[in-house]
Design a protein around this ligand. Structure first.
Ligand code: BYC
Length: 340
């Protein structure tokens, strides 16, 4: 009987690529079991692991204020928020692991200083108002960036983003509320809130990445429907969200050129200091060294926990020997608490 000849490797790859393209075009999700181009896998590992590292490093600037929060209620809220960030990091590491990289590899890249994480976490938090500014501006920018990522073409990433975004909304509101309380306080408190907004405004705009014409990854990531909007589009959307909220707060956004350009239908703003952005990316921001050193120390200090957990897992992974079982049975059979 005649059998059909096997498809050549090239033909099979073309077919797999065509199936992948069709799923993307039809707004369907790519799942871990599906074939995907190597470059798509690499891009996702890059973005998701950077995102996970950002959540984990992002615990530090706020963790700095847990022991100094001005009231028990503020401390409880801040602790819950920082714990949420740890949870986000863990969902994201898990999503990246579905692409074939291990958690250990990602952690090693971070502590070796080879992996990027968001530039925003390389700035200091000298006052309590920084907790308000981080919630309002940093979590606000994160929401603008991450809501579209809920529709990312890679299933595990998009699904992780849904829960992350719900929690980020709460974070943004708690930051707004901290600033609102300070703005209704004494002149010194109002000054502290404005100062924090002045320091965090520009770095929060940098969170969206370089301008579109200097963003090497955007075009391909948008074609793959990982990113749904460009860096500049999201930055515009963010500023549009901030302007009315700043009015309610009574704070000034530190850009004298900021105005709505009716003709261009976009926000006109001063040029962002991209030199500062690239300096921070190169590891020369105000807090880069401290953030990485803290992460390394935490990793070293946690070595015994990992070893204990691995030993426990090993112990339960294999059936116990017969003699161990027998010795347990003998112990159970002996009456306890009876004086001999
Ligand atoms: N910081 O071609 P581009 C949070 C890099 S945490 C550092 O535009 P892409 C929170 C970029 O990676 C949420 N690096 O890249 C936690 C690329 O370098 P490589 C953090 C940046 O990927 C605790 C190069 O510049 N959010 O909310 O198309 C407390 C060229 O850029 C940055 C995320 O991680 C930056 N700001 O677009 C409170 C969002 N910007 O990898 C809050 C997920 C760019 O080629 N990530 N770079 O060497 C994304 O949406 C995208 O990766 C980006 C960049 C929009 C950030």
């Amino acid at each position: 009987m005649m059998t059909a000849p096997d498809l050549s490797v090239m033909e099979r790859d073309d077919e797999a690529q065509a199936d992948f393209d069709a799923l993307i075009a039809a707004e369907q999700r790519i799942e871990p079991r599906d074939w995907m181009p190597d470059a798509y896998r690499k891009t996702l590992i890059r973005q998701i692991s950077q995102h996970a590292h950002s959540e984990i490093i992002g615990m530090q600037p706020e963790g700095n204020w847990i022991t100094r929060a001005p009231s028990l209620k503020r401390k409880a809220i801040l602790m819950a928020k920082v714990q949420d960030e740890a949870g986000h990091g863990l969902y994201l590491y898990s999503a990246a692991q579905t692409l074939g990289i291990t958690r250990d590899e990602m952690t090693q890249q971070l502590i070796d200083g080879k992996a990027k994480y968001s530039s925003i976490f390389n700035y200091p938090t000298p006052t309590w108002a920084d907790m308000g500014a981080i919630g309002w501006l940093v979590d606000g920018a994160a929401i603008c960036n991450q809501v579209p990522l809920c529709r990312a073409s890679y299933g595990p990433y998009g699904r992780a983003m849904v829960r992350v975004c719900k929690e980020e909304s709460f974070h943004q509101r708690q930051g707004f509320e901290i600033l609102l309380t300070l703005m209704q306080g004494t002149p010194a408190q109002r000054e502290m809130a404005q100062d924090a907004v002045n320091r965090w405004y520009w770095p929060s705009l940098m969170m969206f990445g370089p301008p579109d014409d200097a963003s090497p990854n955007s075009a391909q990531s948008m074609a793959w429907k990982i990113k749904r909007f460009s860096n500049d589009e999201l930055r515009q959307r963010f500023v549009g969200m901030l302007v009315p909220q700043a009015e309610i707060l009574g704070v000034t956004l530190p850009d004298p050129e900021l105005r709505w350009d009716q003709d261009a239908q976009r926000w006109h703003m001063s040029e962002i200091d991209w030199t500062e952005f690239f300096e921070v990316l190169a590891g020369r921001g105000p807090m880069n060294a401290v953030r990485l050193q803290n992460r390394r120390s935490a990793h070293d200090d946690g070595a015994w926990v990992r070893e204990a957990a691995a030993a426990y897992a090993d112990k339960h992974a294999f059936p116990r020997s017969l003699s161990e079982e027998r010795s347990d049975e003998t112990k159970r059979a002996q009456p306890t608490g009876v004086a001999s």
